[in-house]
Design a binder for this molecule. Structure first.
Ligand SMILES: [Zn+2]
Length: 119
């Protein structure tokens, strides 16, 4: 969903599409396909599946994107890429629940990055 460097790219659709959704989402999709021979519309799946993930036009989009913009800035400013701490906004999780954790839950940053960005 983002490519850091110069220039840096941050993709809004990538925020919904790139990180994997909760496992239950794919299971439900597969099960419905076996029963009805058809996959349910995405909106239905998104309503039925528990676990947090971002969908198109999610009201949390802007807040989540801020972290990805900051990652691009952070890379240019320090040369360091993603943070290994899962709860930090500079982390780069591969699954949607991780994105929610990193971008939308407290604390915003790990201790090291809090020092730099929470002033
Ligand atoms: Zn960090």
């Amino acid at each position: 969903m983002n490519v850091i460097g110069q220039p840096a790219l941050v993709s809004v659709p990538g925020l919904y599409e790139a990180p994997a959704k909760p496992e239950q989402y794919y299971k439900r999709k597969q099960r419905t396909a076996m029963v009805s021979g058809d996959t349910p519309p995405r909106a239905v799946l998104e309503e039925q599946v528990e676990g947090d993930f971002l969908v198109e036009d999610d009201p949390r989009t802007v807040e989540a994107i801020k972290g990805y913009v900051l990652q691009a800035y952070h890379y240019l400013a320090t040369g360091a890429d993603f943070c290994a701490n899962e709860g930090c906004r500079l982390a780069n999780p591969h699954r949607q629940p991780g994105v929610i954790e990193a971008q939308l839950r407290e604390p915003e940053f790990c201790d090291a990055h809090a020092e730099r960005y929470e002033a």
